[in-house]
Design a protein around this ligand. Structure first.
Ligand code: CTP
Length: 403
């Protein structure tokens, strides 16, 4: 799946911690995402992992020595510093963090870090007592003040046997931090984009709800695509099985009424809203306070009332409104009439009967319709790429002044 990692030069600075093996997995994931991954290993790291392990994955030379005459990169370590779009110190030991704070340059990594203008991310891994030590805390604070981004450490069981804060963050979290950092100055920087996701839950009683099959994948992918381009992305989501994306602000809701309130609030200062959520059209008139008992009757009916149409009810001319039309028949005609009746700028028509599109899949095939009668049939693509395409069409429609 191409993301904003594609084609980027990412340098991993690997230092001597038992968590080094996790950096191999990260290098692999970044390489799969089509990033150009250079690895600088410290002497300490070489005790845990070999340069060959990284080279085999990245298909690029690994640098271990500032003065290695065999390496084009080592001779001119500044080249590595200059060509990096981001440098990630993973795992970062207390010792390397201390060297960074002091501006020492006694190995290939710290030399590169001193020479670079690229953003730097540090993912610490160490014993909890070492992380908590006032010296380490002071170094972290100093680096944060200088603009270094810290990812973790996470809490949990440590190599020492201690339970505490010092674990290297997991690769998905770190990938999110890298993508957010790379997107910082993207073409949507200064824009607030609100995305809704998931299927609403309409309570019948404390144990039962009326809901639908929406997985939330489409909305999460749009929010990630917006974040990757520097937008301030807000995801108004019902409970889903998906992890909260790093760098996206989550607003958790359950019912259509909750979602309406959250969307109305978030849209007050937003540039665009994309309603990817499957909002229930009907909800029980009232939810019972206690669990409803089965009783003797063989029949049961629930009285329903219509939910408010969230996107149609949004007021304000400056907001770009994008809706989805999930249809099982007359796709384009139904989508077109929703575009008009809901006062939208764009509508994404989505045939939910196709096996590779719609609910729970990672891909989607959509047609984007605009107010001027334009219609763009997109081929089958990842939901992330659908998000990229939607945002490409939203961008020229922004009506609010940039923040
Ligand atoms: N939508 C909304 N509030 C609702 C219902 C839908 O904001 N109460 C939004 C959806 O998030 C989507 C768009 O309106 O972006 C179209 O939703 P859809 O379910 O396709 O249309 P409905 O208006 O519910 O019409 P129908 O169910 O009759 O097709």
């Amino acid at each position: 799946m191409p993301t904003n990692l594609e084609g980027k030069h990412i340098t991993l600075g690997v230092t001597g911690s038992i968590a080094c093996y996790k950096a191999i997995d990260l290098a692999s994931k970044l390489t799969q995402a089509k990033a150009n991954v250079d690895v600088a290993l410290t002497r300490g790291a070489e005790n845990f992992v070999s340069p060959l392990a990284f080279a085999a994955i990245t298909h690029r030379p690994v640098v271990t020595d500032v003065f290695d005459p065999q390496s084009e990169l080592s001779i001119d370590h500044v080249a590595l510093a200059e060509r990096s779009d981001v440098i990630v110190v993973v795992p970062a030991t207390a010792h390397t963090i201390a060297k960074m704070a002091q501006g020492l340059a006694d190995d290939v990594l710290t030399t590169t870090l001193l020479a670079t203008q690229a953003p730097v991310i540090v993912a610490p891994a160490m014993d909890a007592h070492m992380f908590d030590h006032p010296a380490t805390q002071a170094n972290v604070k100093m680096l944060v003040e200088r603009g270094v981004t810290f990812a973790g450490p996470a809490s949990g069981r440590l190599a020492s046997g201690l339970i505490g804060k010092g674990r290297l963050v997991e690769a998905p979290e770190l990938l999110g931090v890298i993508r957010t950092t790379l997107g910082r100055d993207g073409d949507l920087a200064g824009r607030k984009i609100v995305v809704s996701a998931g299927g609403t839950e309409e309570a019948i009683d404390p144990v039962r709800v009326i809901t639908n099959h929406s997985s939330g994948k489409m909305g999460y992918a749009i929010a990630e695509a917006a974040r990757d381009r520097g937008a301030s992305a807000v995801l108004v989501s019902t409970p889903t099985a998906l992890p909260a994306p790093h760098g996206v602000r989550m607003v958790k809701v359950r019912s259509a009424l909750d979602m309406r309130d959250a969307i109305n609030h978030e849209c007050q200062d937003a540039d665009a809203v994309v309603m990817a959520a499957a909002v229930a059209d009907w909800r029980p008139v009232s939810a019972a306070d206690q669990k409803i008992k089965k009783g003797a009757s063989n029949e049961w009916s629930i009285e329903l009332t219509k939910t408010p149409d969230i996107i149609a009810g949004l007021i304000g001319d400056s907001l770009v409104k994008v809706g989805f039309a999930a249809e099982s028949q007359d796709l384009i005609a139904n989508a077109q009439s929703k575009l008009v009746s809901k006062g939208l700028d764009l509508i994404i028509a989505n045939d939910i009967t196709a096996v590779d599109a719609g609910f729970a899949t990672d891909t989607n095939r959509v047609t984007i319709l605009d107010r001027e009668g334009g219609s763009d049939d997109l081929p089958l693509m990842s939901k992330y790429d659908v998000g990229v395409n939607i945002l490409d069409r939203v961008k020229p429609l922004f009506r609010r002044e940039k923040l």
